[in-house]
Design a protein around this ligand. Sequence first.
Ligand code: DON
Length: 302
Amino acid sequence: MTFTAFLGALDAEIRERADWGDVASYIPELARIDPAQFGIAVALADGTMLTAGDAEQRFSIQSISKVFALACVLGRIGEQIWTRVGREPSGARFDSILLLEREHGRPRNPFINAGAIVTTDEMLAGRTPKDALSEIVGFLRTAAEDDDIHIDKAVAKSEAETGFRNVALANYLMSFGNLRNPPEMTLGTYFHQCAIEMTCVQLARAGRMIASLPDAPRILSAQKIRRLNALMMLCGHYDGSGDFAFRVGLPGKSGVGGGLLMIAPGVASVAIWSPGLNVYGNSKMGTYAAERLVQEMGWSVF
Ligand code: DON
């Protein structure tokens, strides 16, 4: 079977199974989305892009934005960010507040919400939210070599109206002195960053630099790429990170919009989208597709 035929068969199988999971309910704009959708795009080292299903459908990248925000911050201030946020798996839900008290307001890693709020706060250093957001969107456009990447303001507004846990996290961080801007300002920026919309094709193209593919724009050093991959492997799926490493064996980052960016270093950048989620808040069929693809291609790093 050719690779394209495999992707087509996987798409058909997933639609046949119709075991979609539930869409995120705590962000009203995401709760309206039909879970019965699936798309996949695979950018290969030879420059080809293979797709199946709804690969050209825009979706809310949500927490996948945290990888690119971190890349921007590492470029901007480098190692200093690690004084404000750790780089260990949390073993807790993405929106958990539990460890923050015990660990004196230093979030475990930049991919859980508390850690990502700190990263976004750092993006704001001396700049307006508009400038910080332009940098993240600009970074994605450069990485994907596609200017048609935008923020869905309705999703940002919807999350701002119901994001009570994030409000709690930001205030709690502030109480430990680990937020430099007013919580509303950092959160407003964070909600807009999470509301960036992309297609699987755009996201797979943006991921090429993290996979060190030869045709990727060279914007990150080899050391930063290694570190982003390490963090994605250990923390990219929150308390489901161990399960993802066990089942799939590649660095990945999920978003509550049902997106999944997965990196086969030197080999491929894969973006998958299916909005129904599993118990960890990661795409249910996206994770299944990742597992099937990696088994088929033998891409696990282990
Ligand atoms: O902060 C939130 O809750 C969302 N904007 C992002 C969370 C998320 O994507 C978790 N991923 N699976």
